[in-house]
Design a protein. Structure first.
Length: 341
């Protein structure tokens, strides 16, 4: 029997946890005898509310948990508000004793804060990636849907819980069996380890031309050292003029302007969610000086970076067709310094 413990921290993603558990449940139904067992664990109240407002009743506290093969820390909004000193000590102890640990979405924040992920490769939701990479430099964050190793696993949130548990099923019973499980769950396909999250284009729809998607990904990958638009166009075997025409069609603006929006929106996330200094934020977003950063930021958001950190009261950002996708959860269109996603 392989025992998976789900540590639910307040405001965890309900769909992430449910899709993971149901994958294990379906696998059990196809076996002569159940192979997987799961338990819900808490370090707060017995009934832990999800980000949807629905609560799940837990079977055990983390301090009471003794037997498990994999502990998955599950979180979503405001993980830093739900840090628990005893939990941090237990996570460090589990890591020292060689236990298999993992994270779902922002549960990675708790594990990284404890030091249990130092030196390991893990993933997080793409919207949280820039913040976590700055906060936890000893952890290697990748943009994959999920990561899996002998002692550390992680998934990015949402339906990626299914993909991570399908990896576990595939490891134990082979790819054909994992596909049977996915078929019963009406999953059209299983994503493989190493498959990238969709990032900026996650909600943009199929009408966005492939060169525009690829260009945006290249821009996201090099925010701290922006590539010239002409160089990006060459990588895509286009002229700069051709690339700008495509961006004009999708965004109603040029590729350079979209690149600037990506950089300053990343800066806004760092300003709202970290205590990194203003010059450090400017450098992390590829600006040669704070003066250049401040001018660009004010042009896009209507207020300066220093005002943003105190709480923005400036003008609304200009309407760019895919603006909500630039690294920010829709809730962050209103200033909320406590929200990480």
């Amino acid at each position: 029997m392989f025992r998976v413990a789900f540590l639910l921290t307040p405001e965890y993603s309900l769909v992430n946890v449910a899709s993971a558990i149901d994958t294990l449940r379906v696998a059990n139904t196809l076996l002569d005898r159940p192979h997987y067992a799961w338990i819900l664990v808490t370090d707060t109240t017995r009934e832990v509310p999800s980000s949807a407002g629905l609560a799940l009743a837990c079977d055990s506290t983390l301090a009471e948990l003794k037997e498990f093969d994999l502990l998955l820390v599950c979180g979503s909004f405001k993980p830093h508000k739900h840090l628990n000193a005893q939990t941090q000590r237990l996570l460090r102890r589990f890591a020292r004793h060689g236990r298999m640990l993992g994270s779902m979405e922002a549960g990675v924040f708790h594990l990284a804060q404890s030091g249990a992920l130092d030196g390991h490769t893990v993933t997080a939701h793409w919207a949280n990636m820039p913040v976590y990479a700055k906060l936890f430099p000893k952890v290697r964050f990748v943009r994959d849907v999920f990561t899996a190793a002998d002692k550390r696993v992680s998934c990015a949130g949402g339906l990626s819980g299914l993909d991570l548990m399908a990896w576990l099923v595939r490891r134990d019973f082979g790819p054909a069996f994992a596909r049977r499980v996915a078929n019963l769950l009406q999953a059209p396909w299983l994503r493989e380890e190493g498959e990238a999250q969709s990032g900026l284009m996650a909600l943009s729809g199929s009408q966005v031309p492939q060169p525009v998607q690829e260009a945006c990904r290249l821009m996201e990958q090099r925010i701290d050292a922006p590539q010239p638009i002409a160089a990006i166009a060459r990588k895509l075997r286009l002229s700069r003029r051709q690339l700008d025409r495509l961006f004009q069609r999708v965004f109603d603006t040029t590729a350079a302007e979209v690149q600037m929006h990506i950089r300053v929106t990343r800066a806004r996330k760092l300003l709202r969610s970290t205590v990194i200094g203003l010059n450090g934020v400017a450098e992390a977003c590829g600006f040669a000086s704070y003066a250049n950063f401040s001018r660009a930021y004010k042009r896009v958001f209507g207020n300066t970076p220093s005002r943003e950190r105190r709480g923005p009261r400036g003008a609304t950002a200009p309407a760019l067709r895919l603006m909500p996708l630039f690294d920010l959860h829709p809730d962050q269109t209103q200033h909320d310094p406590e929200r990480l996603l």
